[in-house]
Design a protein around this ligand. Structure first.
Ligand code: SAM
Length: 214
């Protein structure tokens, strides 16, 4: 997986590569899907959600430009896999999931693997985690119609926010950097397909009928 899907496609960040070598991806998927855990694709997880394709996880983690002392917020815990990857690269990870069952499963996985620098919350991640802000980096692993203002406000000076923004079928992966003067610089990192970001500053609950997860 690491050699062919990541390095072969241009992932160069050593922290990302090491982290993806260490974290056992098969422990983040349902038992009947474990044989596909290292395939070059997203997979269905509990609650009708998905664990993203390994390359996309690596691409987003690399785009965050993490330092080992960073405090990171993730929106969309899902299986817990990307939070586990980030936890091997940065000091503290805060992750929010709207499905309670997924949040509890992820928490159990972190505990059993000894990843003790990850805090999990159940709730609407579009509003961020104000009590723990500001964050050096914010990763959103579901696609929203806009960049939530709450997340921009909770980004530290010099911080990076990576989020898929677009419609419910396709999105552009965007990196926003908050400069020393507080100015926002946006970069387009390419076309992606994510499940919808549902919440106050995302898609409304009633708009998500017939959406196919990535
Ligand atoms: N990071 C996950 C992993 O490694 O398995 C992949 C997550 S999946 C592509 C996106 C997740 O975002 C889903 O579990 C979904 O329930 C969650 N989600 C969607 N909207 C959310 C919101 N407003 N707050 C928190 N989680 C949300």
């Amino acid at each position: 997986m690491v050699q062919n899907q990541l390095i072969g496609r241009g992932i160069t960040d050593e922290m990302v590569i090491n982290s993806m070598l260490i974290v056992p991806r098969h422990k983040y998927v349902m038992e009947d899907k474990q044989e596909y855990a290292y395939y070059d694709s997203a997979l269905e997880i509990e609650s009708g959600q998905t664990i993203s394709q390994p390359y996309i996880v690596a691409l987003m983690a690399q785009a965050l430009k993490l330092k080992s002392i960073d405090k990171v917020l993730e929106i969309g815990t899902g299986s817990g896999y990307s939070a586990a990857i980030l936890s091997r690269m940065a000091m503290n990870i805060y992750t929010i999931e709207r499905h309670e069952g997924l949040a509890h499963l992820a928490k159990d996985r972190f505990r059993s693997q000894g990843y003790d620098n990850i805090a999990v919350q159940v709730g609407d991640g579009t509003l961020g985690w104000p009590e723990k802000a500001p964050f050096d980096a914010i990763l959103v692993t579901a696609g929203g119609p806009v960049i939530p203002d709450s997340l921009i406000n909770q980004l530290a000076i010099g911080g990076r926010l990576v989020i898929p923004v677009g419609d419910k079928g396709e999105q552009i992966l965007i990196r926003v950097k908050k400069t020393l003067t507080g100015e926002l610089i946006e970069e387009n990192l390419g076309l992606v397909r994510f499940v919808p970001l549902i919440g106050t500053e995302g898609w409304g609950e009633s708009n998500i009928k017939n959406v196919k997860p990535c």
